[in-house]
Design a protein around this ligand. Structure first.
Ligand code: NAD
Length: 484
């Protein structure tokens, strides 16, 4: 096991401002996906730790943190943003080791974390209510108030970005947060909590309990002290989180991934589209909720797009994270097996290109080569189900109506993009796509901390990012004063 120079003990939970071992003293192995070796041990938080964390957050909400003004909350988040920026290399190296993502991607994630803190730090004192014209003799206004203690369960694919958008917005609104990071990758979450202390966040405003989903995660979702749950991960777990929230009748935000399409029309600028078509599929080895796993191409451009995507795919080399290539390993042997299962299901398809593995990649790493399939029918499993690996399918279409039917023809609805020069077509089709975000002649708009994000259908509900997240992390109160 390599020696990790960490400014905190990863076998501890942070509860009430103190790093303590879990009540059970339990630990879990954290695996480096680039070589399959144990990276370190982390805390296996138990329901008792979750209970202590929720109580501590409630005390913070009733006490110092709950009485911190919006402007001061903003200042603490701004300080946190600066600390993250000063430690980009430390955080990026940790994330690359833990998640297996190439260093440049990990660096971009750390920058995004800082940007979330900057955005929500600046927004904290700008969430206004309204005055409402009402009957003679009344003055009516609304207030946006924190829920209280909010629960946050994040996955392993983008720990820093997802913590940024979820915990950042909740803290800005004055909630006290209990965070359960993923058991497969949680080191940057712990590092972030450590920076939060340094930034002056009062004890209990952010408690963090690593551990297994069915243990610590389930205990968090079902805890009666939680007043809002925010979850990013699989549909199956999302259903359990929502069922637990239903028992306590609390609001829940679910972000559950997708099967996001890019639509290439006959008038598309294919030169501009090409890098987006491939990058949106293989970034983070395809383990991205908004990955574009379906490429829909008009028949007139089909051969051209397929051939040019194949060229790019053939040049892709999968490497260990520290080699900073295009693609690293998948997160785990389990995720590798899931993706290989999909590749088997695709054995009847036309494989039009695949990448290669760097000769120096360690044997035990969780590597899967990127695969590009062409001539795929819209109802094939690989065109319907979320794969969460570096696999894209190309589907031909002839008319606008057919393109929309295929694009909307899965259970998901997270992101979609339209590549076309015809402005009327862009406007017409953007409205018809069943999707939380639609991009015109781009994909993802560079991440967009400011841009509301969330899904339809199995992609989930509720909106993260931008001001919408602040509304989600608050409860609206209407105050009607009768003064005659
Ligand atoms: P998961 O949904 O089980 O895990 C995500 C988070 O939920 C983790 O923190 C985990 O500890 C927690 N969790 C698990 N079971 C729980 C429970 N019963 N109660 C509360 N929390 C629980 O996802 P996974 O098993 O890591 O991955 C499986 C599939 O999920 C992937 O192949 C992919 O398709 C999808 N996924 C999607 C996203 C996304 O960003 N939308 C992220 C990760 C995984």
């Amino acid at each position: 096991m390599p020696h990790l120079d960490l400014p905190f003990d990863p076998t501890c939970c942070l509860i009430d401002g103190i790093w303590n071992k879990p009540f059970t003293q339990g630990t879990l192995e954290l695996i480096n996906p680039s070589n399959g070796q144990v990276l370190c041990h982390i805390a296996r938080g138990s329901p008792a730790d979750i209970d202590a964390a929720v109580r501590s957050s409630q005390a913070a909400f009733d006490g110092k943190w709950g009485h911190t003004s919006a402007v001061d909350r903003g200042r603490i988040l701004s300080k946190l943003s600066s600390l993250v920026l000063e430690n980009i290399e430390f955080l990026a190296n940790l994330e690359a080791l833990d998640v297996g993502k190439p260093l440049k991607q990990a660096r971009a994630d750390a920058v995004a974390l800082a940007r979330y803190m900057e955005f929500y730090g600046g927004a904290a004192d700008k969430v206004h209510g309204e005055t409402i014209p009402y009957q003679e003799g009344y003055t009516v206004y609304t207030l946006r108030e924190a829920h209280g203690v909010t629960g946050h369960i994040v996955p392993w694919n983008y720990p820093m970005q997802i913590i940024g958008r979820s915990v950042g917005a909740a803290l800005a609104m004055g909630n006290a947060c209990v965070l359960k990071p993923a058991e497969e990758a949680c080191l940057t979450a712990l590092a972030f909590a450590n920076f939060a202390i340094e930034a002056g966040l009062p004890k209990g405003a952010l408690n963090i309990v690593p551990g297994l989903g069915p243990e610590a995660g389930a205990a968090l979702c079902g805890h009666p002290g939680i007043q809002h749950m925010s979850f990013t991960g699989s549909v199956a777990t999302g259903r359990q989180v929502q069922a637990a929230a239903a028992q306590n009748v609390i609001p829940v935000t679910l972000e559950l991934g997708g099967k996001s399409p890019q639509l290439i029309f006959e008038d598309a600028d294919v030169d501009a589209a090409l890098p987006f078509l491939v990058k949106a599929g293989i970034q983070n080895a395809g383990q991205t909720c908004s990955a574009s796993s379906r490429i829909l191409v008009h028949k007139s451009r089909y051969k051209e797009v397929t051939n040019r995507m194949a060229e790019l795919y053939n040049a892709l080399v999968v490497r260990p994270a520290k080699e900073d290539g295009d693609i690293g390993p998948l997160i785990s042997a389990r995720q590798k097996a899931i993706v290989e299962g999909f590749l088997e299901k695709g054995s009847d398809l036309r494989l039009c290109a695949k990448g290669s593995l760097h000769s120096g990649a360690p044997k035990g790493g969780c590597y899967v080569l990127p695969h590009l399939f062409a001539d795929v029918s819209a109802d094939h499993a690989l065109a319907q189900e979320e794969i969460f690996g570096p696999v894209q399918v190309i589907i031909p279409f002839e008319t606008e109506a057919e393109a929309i039917t295929i694009a909307n023809g899965t259970d998901y609805g997270l992101v979609a993009s339209i590549w076309a020069r015809d402005g009327a077509r862009q406007m017409r089709l953007a409205k018809k796509l069943r999707s939380g975000q639609v991009f015109l002649n781009n994909y993802g708009a560079g991440g967009g901390v400011e841009l509301p994000f969330g899904g339809r259908g199995l992609s989930g509900h509720g909106r993260e990012k931008g001001f919408e997240a602040l509304y989600g992390f608050s409860s609206l109160k209407t105050i009607a004063s009768y003064h005659g």
